[in-house]
Structure formats: C-alpha cells, structure tokens
Design a protein around this ligand. Structure first.
Ligand code: KG4
Ligand code: ZN
Length: 340
C-alpha cells in the first residue's frame, strides 16, 4: 500500500509518500519559519496564505521524488485537526479535491494520533505502550492501547511544553522557534545556576503545569542580561522540564506495570521530543528501569507529512474500506474523541 500524506496544521506545508513496508519514499517539508520570525510566533492568517501558495508545489515535488504519479498511490491522507483552522482547510480541501478527481480513498487524520503512531513507522513497537506526547499545542501522557484506542493519563492544565519553550525563548530574546534556540543556548549554560520551580511535580496525578515555570523565568529576566546569564537560564529551565518529565513518566510507568503486570515501552514524540537533553533524561530513566525508550528521528518529531501517511496506513490496515470524503476540519479534535 502506498499513501500520500499531507500536513498543514501549523507552520509546515508538508507532503510525503510512504509505503506500508515502512519506506518513506519522499517527505517534503516547506517550513514557514522565516515568514513568522519577524513576529516572534506563528501568525495564523499569514500561515494560511502561505499554505495556499505552497501546497501544490510541495505535493508535486513529493510525488516526483517518490517517482510516482497520483494514479500510483492507493490513498490520500490529510490532517483534519487539531490545529489552525485556515491551514487545516487548505490541506484537507486540497486532499479532498485530489482524492475525488483521482478516484482514491481519502483518510482524515488526527494530528495527535499521527504523532502517537510515528514511532511505529521507525521502530517495531507493539501495543500497548506509554506515550509522552509533547508538541507546541499539547503535553499529554497516554496509554496507547491500539489504533484509535487511547487513554489519557495526564495532561497540562495550562500551557503546553513546546509553547513554554517558545515563550521562554522570547523572554530571553533567543529567537523563534524557541525549542531549538533554548536547546542550543542551554549547551553553554550551567543547569544548576538558577533556581526555578517544578510545578505539580509531586502531585499524585500525571498532570502538568508550565505557566508557573514560564512566570518564574520571567521573574529572572533583567535589563542588559549577558549571553552567559541567558544560557544559564535556558539550561536551568530545560533541567526543570527534564525533572518534571522524569518524575511523571516514572509515576506513569508504575501505573502501567500495575495495570498490565509488565513494564512499558516508553515512547516520546512531538516537536519537543527532538530535544536531545530531554531524550537523554528519559533514556536515563528507561535504563534504570530496564525498559526501552523510543523516539522518532528529529525530522519525524516535528510536523511532517510522513506521519500523516503512516497514521493512514495503520488505519487502513485495520479497515481497508475507509473513505472519508465527507470529513470536515476540527481545530480542537482531541485524541479521546477518537476512541472506538
Ligand atoms: O509537533 P510540532 O512540530 O508542532 C505541533 O504539533 O505543535 O511541535 C512544535 C513545538 C514548538 O513549540 C517547538 O518550539 C518545539 O516543538 N520544539 C522543541 C525543539 N524543537 C521543536 N522544543 C524543545 N527542544 C527542541 N529541540
Ligand atoms: Zn505536531
């Protein structure tokens, strides 16, 4: 089976061709970073217009690189939510039009489900597994029981972790997007130099709070900060995030063991999963507990069309007759709303 996957939920216009034997035949990602940089964040209206301008070209290049025409693909998949409504409409309507005119099935994909399943594209991981899904809009711990079978174990009560990286980067004037900028600065900083809180770390539940951490960072900001101080704040912030994830995943693993009587495979995915420091902290935890940690390579952690195509392949394996020409975009589509 060969699927063309299209992703337009935020600031990447991406199209990818993936086969059911886990070969990524192309994965074209046009990033809008340079367009949004002057504004210090993603401007939804500008994002939508850029998707309109780029999507045809991105799809054409993707098919060309895979050495295929639209006739050769078995299905077309597109992100239907959650995300910015304008971008979602561009990607989904383009995909609908292509699918109907080429007489191919259309699969509407939940973006979070795509992040959740990507590690199965790059590794052999069976259900159930424990997932830390950390992106710009979401921070959740999930029990992944199967396709469309997700149990939310905990989530953020305020900001998402990626959003917090972006805001802290803005406070430190380190640039956009914030995650990679903080990670770079942190390499030169002392992670034990600035005292920052770890909100909710000792709460019994698996929920997170990041807005207090962001406020604590803003209280450390002063005029004329030198680069070393910025690096120290970045490193201390990143360590606080690492500590929080370490503790919560440790707790979630205990829950998993009690439920299943075997230790979980731990999976981390979404944009923040491309952070090497955070991955290292969770790797330390997984080694201590003698379990496996899986994370997709960087280019498949941040948004991309391959994860959309792969999620469609997983769904089509379960039900080869899916065809969703009627599907509408849903900017607030939650994983829990998928459960079968
Ligand atoms: O999954 P993603 O590409 O888009 C959403 O679905 O939201 O995640 C984007 C988020 C942004 O907030 C970005 O700052 C963060 O992922 N991110 C990182 C890193 N690379 C991207 N956060 C921390 N460290 C990174 N290296
Ligand atoms: Zn994403």
């Amino acid at each position: 089976m060969i699927v063309l996957g299209i992703e337009t939920s935020c600031d990447e216009t991406s199209a990818s061709v993936v086969s059911s034997n886990k070969k990524i035949l192309s994965n074209i990602i046009y990033s809008q970073i340079d367009i949004h940089k002057p504004f210090g964040g993603v401007v939804p209206e500008i994002a939508s217009r850029s998707h309109v301008q780029k999507i045809d070209e991105v799809i054409k290049i993707s098919l060309k690189q895979a050495n295929l025409s639209i006739e050769d693909v078995d299905a077309i998949a597109a992100t239907a939510g959650p995300g910015l409504i304008g971008g979602l409409i561009v990607g989904l309507l383009t995909s609908k039009a292509m699918a109907i005119s080429a007489n191919k099935p259309l699969v509407g994909i939940n973006h979070l489900e795509a992040h959740a399943l990507t590690p199965r594209l790059t590794n052999k991981i069976d259900f159930p597994y424990l997932l830390l899904l950390v992106s710009g809009g979401h921070t959740q711990i999930l029990e992944v029981k199967g396709i469309r079978k997700y149990k939310l174990l905990g989530g953020t009560v305020d900001d998402a972790c990626g959003e917090c990286f972006d805001k802290v980067s803005k406070l430190l004037n380190l640039g956009f997007p914030g995650g990679p900028a903080i990670e770079e600065a942190a390499k030169e900083g002392n992670e034990n130099s600035i005292d920052l809180p770890r909100p909710m770390i000792n709460h019994k539940n698996l929920d997170f709070s990041f807005s207090g951490l962001k406020t604590a960072v803003s209280n450390k900001i002063s005029l004329n900060m030198n680069q070393q101080l910025k690096n120290n704040i970045a490193a201390s912030f990143q360590k606080a995030v690492g500590d929080i994830f370490y503790k919560k995943i440790e707790k979630a693993s205990d829950y998993f063991f009690k439920t299943y009587s075997f230790k979980p495979n731990i999976v981390i995915s979404g944009g923040v999963a491309s952070n090497e420091y955070i991955k290292k902290r969770l790797l330390d935890l997984s080694r201590l507990n003698n379990v496996n940690l899986y994370s997709p390579p960087k280019n498949l952690c941040t948004d991309n069309g391959a994860m959309i195509a792969w999620a469609a392949i997983e769904r089509l394996f379960e039900n080869p007759y899916i065809c969703e020409y009627e599907i509408e975009v849903n900017p607030r589509w939650q994983l829990s709303g998928l459960n079968q």
